[in-house]
Design a protein around this ligand. Structure first.
Ligand code: ATP
Length: 242
């Protein structure tokens, strides 16, 4: 396994993260780092602890042990709004407020920027997602599953992150829309945005620089996509190949 990047060179560095719910421990000392502009895939089955880990990173669940360093500053005990201002935004599985309009959703995403008039940003985002411009006054609930996911991404991008953290962007989508989400994320990666994507869908390996495999709340593997596919046990477990 390659050593994880030092906190100085990493955009995000998590070290020895322990977290859980009440008496139930879910994460048992998880290490992960994301370098500027890199796409990292956190792969794991249902219940492996992916959501718990992402929520701990972004400050929605408290780390019981370990350290989180973002842009060289320790943020382990800071609020999630602070981490957002420092450039890390989170797209949960649900991602949008269904009763609000598309534009209201995006404006909420932009609030972390602290300037009252995010119109320029709105224009830029509508350029990326033209379908959202057409429907901007409609309720988010009127969008298809795939379009809602695009709105979730637009809402997260409205805060102008350096690192976008996405929880299972493929959840609930047909294979065709999963491909579309992968295409959109590849476009964001090509514009220099760092991505941390938690998934169980190995289709996302296509856009990843490095992979971390989470099993039972522990990192079982970290390395490049090529290193992962060279590992026979992982190949069998995740690709169904011999
Ligand atoms: P999924 O793909 O199903 O979301 P995951 O890898 O994201 O899986 P988590 O959602 O982090 O996994 O769940 C890890 C463990 O923590 C599971 O055993 C789950 O039942 C438990 N868990 C998750 N949320 C809570 C909660 N709010 N209270 C108690 N236990 C929880």
């Amino acid at each position: 396994m390659p050593p994880s990047a030092s906190p100085a060179s990493a955009l995000l560095h998590a070290d020895g993260i322990v977290a859980g719910y009440g008496t139930m421990q879910v994460l048992w000392g998880v290490d992960l780092d994301v370098r500027p502009g890199e796409t990292v895939l956190l792969l794991g089955a249902n219940g492996a602890g992916k959501t718990t880990f992402l929520k701990t990173l972004v400050g929605l669940i408290e780390a019981r042990q370990g350290h989180i360093v973002l842009g060289g500053e320790e943020v382990t005990r800071t609020r999630s709004s602070d981490r957002m201002r420092r450039g890390m935004t989170y797209m949960s599985e649900l991602a949008v407020f269904p009763d609000l309009s598309i534009e209201e959703n995006i404006r909420i995403g932009a609030q972390a920027l602290g300037h009252a008039n995010p119109n320029a940003r709105l224009d830029e985002l509508y350029g990326l997602f033209p379908v959202l411009r057409e429907k901007r006054r409609d309720a988010a609930s009127s969008l298809s599953g795939g379009q809602r996911k695009m709105l979730g991404i637009a809402k997260a991008l409205a805060a102008e992150p350096k690192l976008l953290v996405l929880d299972e962007p493929s959840a609930g989508l047909s294979p065709l829309f999963v491909k579309e989400v992968i295409r959109v994320l590849a476009g964001l990666r090509d514009r220099g945005l760092a991505l941390l994507v938690a998934e169980q869908n190995i289709g996302f390996l296509e856009i990843a620089t490095r992979v971390f495999v989470l099993e039972g709340g522990r990192i079982r593997f970290s390395g490049t996509v090529a290193e992962m596919t060279d590992n026979e046990a992982l190949r069998r477990a995740y690709f169904g190949l011999k």
